[in-house]
Design a protein around this ligand. Sequence first.
Ligand code: NI
Ligand code: MN
Length: 236
Amino acid sequence: MTETVLKWHGHACFDVTTAGSKIIIDPFLTGNPKADIKKEDVKADIVLVTHAHSDHLGDAVEIALKNDATLVTMVELGWTLQEKHSDLKVHAINYSGTVRIGKISITAVNALHTSSLDGQYAGNPMGLVFGDKFKIYHAGDTGVFGDMELIRDLYHPEVSLLPIGGYYTMHVKEATLAASLLKSKYTIPMHYNTFDAIKSDPNLFKSEVEKTGNSTVIIAEVGKEIRFDESGKRLD
Ligand code: NI
Ligand code: MN
């Protein structure tokens, strides 16, 4: 039985070990006041980036280059990064597109947000659904949108990682509806309390979502492992 182990590094950065691969998503470590690790400490086979904003792209390129890992992101951002770093391994996909790396499939889904790099348009933002049998949905930065139901119907993520900090993304009210549209077994809040602008209460989110009966909320602690068995049941 293969376990899936997920760890939050603050803001929208998670690392996930599943089906023999080490994956890091939105590795904003340098300059992230909540981060528990440095970019030098990261071991990764796959680096996922939802969009170009600096609190998501973060240290992604350096981590990918150092680990000889493949970076997966949106077409225009992928091409731009590839142009700047010819030795970077990139898969530049687009909505509903899937790439498979080892046993891991990675699919781009919608995100209601914007994306820019050094003030220039850098391709649309996206959410990502990834994993082998055990699927995780990382929403990236997003507002709530009705087509989250399509993500549920198509990919059935066991875990959804949802922003709840407001200002740039959903706050508790919107993210509670998102959790009900997605109906993942587990929902983990992210993208809150990193900065003053994105204050939120994860305990309120947990009680609001669990009132609906549509998902169980796990409040991640930075640096602490959250483990799941192959059937999608939480261990510990
Ligand atoms: Ni953003
Ligand atoms: Mn952000």
